[in-house]
Design a protein around this ligand. Structure first.
Ligand SMILES: *Cc1c(COP(=O)(O)O)cnc(C)c1O
Length: 282
C-alpha cells in the first residue's frame, strides 16, 4: 500500500483477516507501507523485496498524483518478475487531462499477466449513491495459493460473484449503459469539465492564499500542505471554525498523510467560490 492511501484497501483486508495484528500507531503487521510525499513527488518507490499484492490508484485519491506510462511499466515489470499481483484502481481515469497519461493499466505491455483493474461509475458519472462498478480480470490471469500452486483468478472471481453477489439492479445497469451513449458521453465530459474547472479555481486561489498545493490537475482532489506546523486535525478545526469549510484530514489516509489535508472539487461553482473567498479572508 502507498501511505497515504484510499482507506478501503487497508480496512477491507483487515476485516477479512488478511493482515497481521494492529500496531499502536494505527498501522498493521503484514502490510508494506510505501510513503508518498513531497520528497518523492507522491510517486511510490518500487520495493526491493517481493510483495504479493500491490494496490495502485492513479489518478490518486487522496493526493491527486498521476503515474506515467513508463513508471507504470516499471511496476508491471516488477510484478511479472516477482509473481506479484497488481490491483489497479482507475476510478478517476475520466479526470485525466494530460493526453500522455495511461487511463488503464492494460495500455502497458505485460499488464494482462499480472493485473486486475477496478473501474467505477461513481466518479465519472456521479453514481456514488447509485452503486455500479466493475472489475476487469484477464481470463488467463493466475495467482498462487499458499502451496505455490497456480490458480486461475477469473474463475475464482466468477465463482465468488455468482455466489455472494446477485448483481447490480437492472435499472442501474441501464443507467450505466447510458453513460456510453452519444448523449451520455457528452454529459459525462461536461461533468468532468465542470469539476476540473472547480479544481483549477481551487488550485489558483489556494496558491494565491500561500498554501503549498498538489494535485487538482488530473484529479478532482487538491492535496495541501497544512501550514504552521499544525496537525491535519488542528487544520480541520481551524478551517471549520474560521472559514466554515470542511475538508478531510490527511492523517485519515495513513500515518504519512499527517500534515496534509484533502479538498474535493465535487461541489457547485457557487459553493467553491464562496469557500475559497472564506479561506483567503481568514
Ligand atoms: C470513489 C472511489 C472508488 C469507487 O468506489 P465505489 O464503491 O465504486 O463507489 C474506488 N476507488 C477510489 C480510490 C475511490 O475514491
Amino acid at each position: 500500500m502507498t501511505d497515504p492511501v484510499y482507506p478501503v484497501y487497508v480496512d477491507s483486508n483487515v476485516m477479512t483477516g488478511r493482515t497481521g495484528s494492529a500496531c499502536d500507531n494505527g498501522s498493521y503487521e503484514g502490510l508494506k507501507y510505501i510513503a508518498i510525499n513531497e520528497d518523492n513527488n507522491f510517486k511510490p518507490e518500487i520495493p526491493k523485496e517481493k510483495v504479493d499484492i500491490i494496490y495502485l490508484c492513479f489518478p490518486n485519491n487522496p493526493t491527486g498524483a498521476t503515474i506515467s506510462k513508463q513508471e507504470l511499466k516499471d511496476w508491471v515489470d516488477y510484478a511479472n518478475r516477482n509473481n506479484s499481483l497488481i490491483f489497479f484502481d482507475a476510478a478517476y481515469e475520466a479526470f485525466i487531462q494530460d493526453a500522455n497519461l495511461p487511463h488503464s493499466i492494460y495500455e502497458i505491455e505485460g499488464a494482462k499477466n499480472c493485473s486486475i483493474e477496478f473501474r467505477s461509475f461513481s466518479k465519472n458519472a456521479g453514481f456514488t449513491g447509485v452503486r455500479c462498478a466493475y472489475t476487469v480480470i484477464p481470463k488467463n490471469l493466475s495467482g498462487r495459493n499458499s502451496k505455490g500452486e497456480e490458480i486461475n483468478l477469473w474463475s475464482l472471481w466468477n465463482r465468488r460473484q455468482s455466489t455472494k453477489f446477485n448483481g447490480v439492479s437492472y435499472i442501474v445497469q441501464r443507467g450505466a449503459e447510458a453513460v456510453y451513449s452519444d448523449q451520455g458521453k457528452i454529459e459525462v465530459s461536461k461533468l468532468i469539465e465542470f469539476y476540473m474547472n472547480n479544481a483549477s479555481i481551487m488550485r489558483n486561489k489556494l496558491i494565491q492564499a500561500g498554501f503549498k498545493v498538489f494535485g487538482g490537475l488530473n484529479a478532482p482532489y487538491i492535496w495541501i500542505r497544512v501550514p504552521d506546523q499544525m496537525t491535519s486535525w488542528d487544520f480541520f478545526d481551524y478551517l471549520l471554525n474560521k472559514a466554515n469549510v470542511v475538508g478531510t484530514p490527511g492523517s485519515g489516509f495513513g500515518l504519512a498523510g499527517e500534515g496534509y489535508f484533502r479538498l474535493s472539487a465535487f461541489n457547485t461553482l457557487t459553493n467553491v467560490n464562496a469557500a475559497m473567498e472564506r479561506i483567503i479572508n481568514i
